[in-house]
Design a protein around this ligand. Structure first.
Ligand SMILES: [Zn+2]
Length: 211
């Protein structure tokens, strides 16, 4: 009883907020409207490779990705993993792909953050879709954050940033690159080029949001 009263006081002053749109919820971490946005139809863009996303980098994706990436809200891997897996399962090209390849972080960045959000996502998707995750890319340049750079600078920034780990064999395989956000696509394209140079057949991109 006393706990219940304390809880209602607590909820009055600190009501539960949706992590996506920051509106008050009935206790859910993600409100039904944001949930619905996460699971609506994917966006597909064709750059040098075909890239699929759950949505654009605005509400709720911007807030959710920020929580996932910088505040260790790792429960989000389940919902994103489920939604991204749904895209794979329903897509002719993606469902026949062989491996999931997370976009790597530089080891200095990895040490700082403690985890690579793209690898966490890839593993979650791998569990659901029964696809193997290959960490066959290495980020050798600690690239500047892409967020404040112009398109040309971004391409320059990620040029030669990735190398292939020769312990892996991707010859004739179809691959899905996994990342959290795509802005110009420079990072995904740079990764795809390295994979193609190493004899991959086809490479696709799958991200949470397009910025
Ligand atoms: Zn919401």
């Amino acid at each position: 009883m006393i706990l219940k009263i304390l809880k209602s006081f607590y909820d009055f002053f600190f009501p539960p907020l949706c992590f996506g749109c920051l509106k008050i919820t009935k206790g859910e971490k993600i409100c039904p409207s944001c949930y619905q946005k996460i699971f609506s139809s994917p966006i597909i863009v064709n750059k040098k490779i075909r890239i699929y996303a759950l949505g654009y980098f605005n509400i709720p994706f911007n807030n959710l990705i920020h929580e996932f990436k910088y505040h260790h809200r790792l429960f989000l891997k389940e919902i994103f993993g489920k939604a991204l897996s749904k895209i794979i399962i329903n897509d002719y090209y993606l469902k026949n792909c062989d491996y999931l390849i997370p976009v790597p972080l530089h080891k200095a960045r990895l040490r700082e953050r403690g985890y690579n959000q793209s690898e966490i996502l890839a593993k979650e998707i791998g569990k659901i879709t029964d696809k193997q995750v290959l960490t066959c890319l290495i980020r050798k340049k600690n690239t500047k954050s892409q967020t404040k750079l112009k398109e040309k600078e971004r391409i320059e920034n990620v040029k030669d940033a990735f190398i292939f780990d020769n312990h892996y064999n991707i010859e004739n395989k179809n691959l899905i690159l996994i990342d959290d956000v795509m802005t110009t696509g420079a990072t995904l394209i740079s990764c795809a080029e390295v994979l193609i140079e190493n004899k991959a057949k086809e490479v696709f991109g799958l991200v949470i949001a397009i910025g």
